[in-house]
Design a protein around this ligand. Structure first.
Ligand code: AMP
Length: 383
C-alpha cells in the first residue's frame, strides 16, 4: 500500500521498531536503532538469532497469526531484514495502522523474480534478455529466444545463487528444468560481465534520495566475497549506476534502503541483475566508511527523520567471513586486526557451516585500492 499522506511527525525514540527477520542485517539494523535510543522487536523462527544481541525476539514462524499479532502489538513502524515472508504479514501490520516501510508492495514485487523483471521492464530499466518459463516446452522456446549460455532461476525465494542453474551449450533443457524442481522460473541470458556493481540507496518519507555511490562486488560460488567502495570505474559509469538506482527507488516508491545489483558489460552497459529491498551485504562497509551507515539510514528513513550524510570517506573494502574460515579451527582474529584500518564484525552464529555468512572484515584507507589490499591481507592473516 502506498502511503499517500504520510504523517510529517517523525517516529521518535524510544518507539518500538519492528524488524521482520533475525539475521545479521537485522542485528546491525537493531544495533543502529539502539544507538539512537529506539527499542527493537524482531520476528524470527530461529533459536538465538543474531538480532537477539540488540532486540527482543518473538520466536515464531512468519505465518503464525497469533505470534504475528503479539509481535505487532505496540510497534510504531515495521521494517524488513528478510523479504521472503508471506504478504499477509505486511497486510496485518497495515490493517493495524502500523506503517510498513518499505511498503508491502515493494516486497511483493521483489520477492518474486518474475514480478521484479516485469516491473523493471515496464519502468524501462535495462535488463539482461529474459523469458518467463513455466514448463519444459516454455524453457525450450525460451532458450531459442535468449540463447546459450543462460541461467535458469526459480521465480520464488532465491538468494546467493540458490535455485539457479546455468545452461551451457551441452546442458539438456529437461535436466535444467528438473534441477530447479520444475517451478515457475525466469530464464536469463548469461551476462559475460566485466564487473558487478551495487548501488545501496535510501529514500525518505518525502522522497529525499541519498546513496553511497557505486560499490564494486566480487562473488565466489554465487556468494558475495569482496566489496570495494568507491567502485574503481569512471565517474560517468558510477553516475549512471546511481541514476538507475534512483529510478528504481522512485518507481517503487521506496521508503527505506534498497540495493540494486548491476552487471557491467564489456561495452560499458549497465544491466540490472536484481533488487534487494533492504540493507545489503555490499553496504556493510558504510558502517566504518560513511558518516551515516546503511543501517542508521534505514532507521532514519522509516522513522521519517532527515536522511544523513552518505559520503564514503576515502576508500573502504569488505571481506565476508564464511563458515569455511573455521575449517582449521578458530581464526586468528588478532592477526587480522593487526592490519591498519581493519574492523571485525562477527554475528554470534554458533555453527560455522561452509558457505554460511558468519561475519565480515572492513578496511578503511585513503584509497579503495589500499583498502582492498588491507582487507585481503587481514583475511589471509586469519589462517
Ligand atoms: P543472484 O542470486 O541472481 O544475484 O546471482 C548471484 C550471482 O550469480 C550474481 O551476482 C552473478 O555473479 C551470478 N549471476 C547471476 N545471474 C547471472 C547472469 N544472468 N549472468 C551472469 N552471471 C550471473
Amino acid at each position: 500500500m502506498v502511503e499517500h499522506h504520510p504523517s510529517s511527525n517523525p517516529i521518535l525514540p524510544p518507539a518500538i521498531i519492528g524488524v521482520v527477520g533475525g539475521g545479521q542485517l537485522g542485528r546491525m539494523l537493531a544495533l543502529a536503532a539502539r544507538t539512537m535510543g529506539y527499542r527493537v522487536r524482531a520476528l524470527c523462527p530461529d533459536l538465538d538469532p543474531p538480532v537477539a544481541a540488540a532486540a527482543e525476539v518473538v520466536r515464531a514462524a512468519y505465518d503464525d497469526e497469533a505470534a504475528v499479532a503479539t509481535f505487532l502489538e505496540g510497534l510504531e513502524v515495521l521494517t524488513w531484514e528478510f523479504e521472503n515472508v508471506p504478504a499477509a504479514l505486511a497486510a496485518a501490520a497495515e490493517a493495524r495502522g502500523i506503517p510498513v516501510r518499505p511498503a508491502g508492495r515493494v516486497l511483493q514485487v521483489t520477492q518474486d523474480r518474475l514480478r521484479e523483471k516485469r516491473f523493471l521492464q515496464a519502468a524501462g530499466l535495462p535488463l539482461p534478455l529474459w523469458q518467463a518459463v513455466d514448463s519444459l516446452s516454455a524453457l525450450e522456446t525460451g532458450l531459442r529466444l535468449v540463447g546459450r549460455p543462460a541461467v535458469l532461476k526459480t521465480a520464488a525465494f532465491g538468494y546467493d545463487g540458490k535455485g539457479q542453474v546455468k545452461i551451457d551449450a551441452a546442458t539438456e533443457a529437461a535436466a535444467a528444468w528438473q534441477a530447479i524442481g520444475g517451478q515457475p522460473a525466469v530464464l536469463e541470458a548469461f551476462v559475460p560481465f566485466v564487473l558487478e556493481l551495487s548501488v545501496v540507496a535510501a529514500r525518505g518519507l518525502h522522497g529525499e534520495f541519498v546513496h553511497w555511490g557505486a560499490i564494486e562486488n566480487r562473488h565466489k560460488d554465487h556468494i558475495l566475497d569482496l566489496s570495494v567502495a568507491p567502485a574503481r570505474v569512471s565517474p560517468a559509469l558510477a553516475w549512471d549506476a546511481v541514476a538507475l538506482a534512483r529510478r528504481v527507488l522512485e518507481a517503487l516508491d521506496v521508503v527505506g534502503v534498497l540495493c540494486v545489483e548491476l552487471f557491467v558489460t564489456a561495452d560499458g552497459q549497465l544491466l540490472i541483475n536484481e533488487l534487494a529491498p533492504r540493507t545489503h551485504n555490499s553496504g556493510h562497509l558504510t558502517i566504518e566508511a560513511s558518516p551515516t551507515s546503511q543501517f542508521a539510514q534505514q532507521i532514519r528513513a522509516i522513522c521519517g527523520l532527515p536522511l544523513g550524510d552518505s559520503r564514503i570517506r576515502g576508500g573502504a573494502a569488505m571481506a565476508n567471513l564464511l563458515g569455511d574460515c573455521w575449517a582449521d579451527g578458530e581464526p586468528d582474529w588478532a592477526a587480522a586486526l593487526a592490519v591498519p584500518g581493519v574492523t571485525l564484525h562477527l554475528y554470534d552464529k554458533h555453527e560455522a557451516r561452509p558457505g554460511r555468512k558468519m561475519g565480515h572484515l572492513t578496511a578503511v584507507a585513503a584509497t579503495a585500492d589500499e583498502a582492498l589490499r588491507r582487507v585481503v591481507a587481514a583475511r589471509e592473516g586469519l589462517r
